[in-house]
Write a new protein. Structure first.
Length: 356
């Protein structure tokens, strides 16, 4: 019975001997670290946490004094993907029948999904705060802008010197540009009604790739389309989804180097169950992946990707990704972007098959 319980736990359990080698593990550890127990049992526990030297010190304290540690934040290491992932550790002594310390027990919780949900929640909170701020600023800015433009037009009519009228043309043009930016910001805050229809996501992607074909050809970028032909139709607003994928594919093209590669991948999602409302049951969803071979995104920029007006482009508005996120959210879906500097970027768009 105890062996069955040990094997059934969804958290990882490691039994570590006094010489800091792993003596026993449950299947959850194998799944979490993406490696067979034959590759780490009998090996130093530090191989699972190679970039966390403090963990060894704490395990030694557990073995020496019998103290316990709860909810230690650290990073595990998946050797197959060469990537760290966040975990929470609970350390406690393993005692024999006489009460002597024989080893240490490590309970390992994978915090990847929780951390992702926390980051996503902060992003949505930032968007909500930005919406309120944008509406207030837009009304305050547009009124004086209207006065500036009207005054410049009247003054232009009175002047005869071409050089002076040229300066006023610049003023009017810049006022119009600011007005267009404000209009885009207000569109970002206004809820747009969805025109829900049954659509084929592959048709949407085909339309966007046709629009971007010239840019792809000019830079000799290889565009690979790996589509699942059995993908079901989804209920969505086709025009709004085109805006989402136009932004994401355009970003991928701009991020890719000449003769680079972009992959468009579609499949049924198995990793996420999307709930369109608090009372709805999770339903089937599809995922569209846009993978580029560019230089990737730095850690500091990743934190601000969905922050309105944040951009690393000289001519960018900083509204493309926030607007895309809002559209996908309105569909009951989700956007996930992963990247590492120098290794490219993957944008995933999860969309429910049925609207609820």
């Amino acid at each position: 019975m105890f062996q069955n319980i040990f094997s059934s736990l969804i958290d990882g359990i490691l039994l570590v001997s006094r010489d800091l080698t792993i003596q026993k593990s449950n299947p959850a550890v194998e799944e979490m670290f993406r490696r067979s127990k034959d590759l780490f049992e009998g090996r130093p526990v530090t191989e699972l946490f190679p970039i966390q030297p403090d963990i060894q010190n704490k395990i030694e304290r557990v073995l020496d004094s019998g103290i316990s540690y709860r909810d230690l934040e650290c990073e595990g290491f998946q050797k197959s993907t060469a990537t760290p992932f966040p975990v929470s550790l609970t350390l406690s002594p393993y005692l024999d029948q006489s009460g002597h310390i024989q080893g240490a027990i490590l309970q390992v919780k994978d915090m990847s999904l929780l951390k992702e949900l926390q980051d996503y929640s902060r992003t949505l909170d930032n968007l909500s705060q930005m919406e309120s701020l944008t509406l207030g600023m837009a009304h305050e800015i547009r009124n004086p802008l209207g006065g500036i433009r009207a005054s410049a037009q009247l003054l232009r009519q009175e002047l005869e010197n071409p050089e002076q009228t040229e300066y006023l043309d610049v003023v009017i043009s810049e006022v119009d540009r600011i007005n267009r930016l404000i209009e885009r910001m207000m569109n970002f805050t206004r809820p747009r009604e969805l025109n829900i229809q049954e659509i084929n996501i592959h048709k949407v992607l085909k339309d966007i790739t046709l629009l971007e074909q010239e840019a792809v050809t000019q830079r000799n970028i290889r565009l690979e389309q790996v589509y699942d032909p059995s993908l079901p139709l989804i209920q969505a607003d086709e025009d709004q989804l085109k805006q989402v994928f136009f932004n994401l594919i355009k970003n991928a093209i701009e991020a890719s180097s000449d003769r680079g590669k972009i992959q468009l991948i579609t499949r049924v999602s198995t990793g996420y169950s999307i709930k369109a409302s608090p009372t709805a049951n999770p339903g089937q969803s599809i995922v569209v992946e846009i993978v580029d071979s560019g230089m990737g995104i730095g850690e500091s920029d990743m934190k601000n990707l969905f922050t309105p007006l944040f951009t690393t482009k000289s001519k960018g508005s900083g509204l493309g990704l926030p607007i895309s996120l809002k559209i996908v959210e309105n569909h009951g879906g989700k956007i996930k972007i992963t990247s590492e500097a120098g290794l490219g970027t993957t944008a995933q768009v999860f969309l429910p098959v049925q609207q609820r």
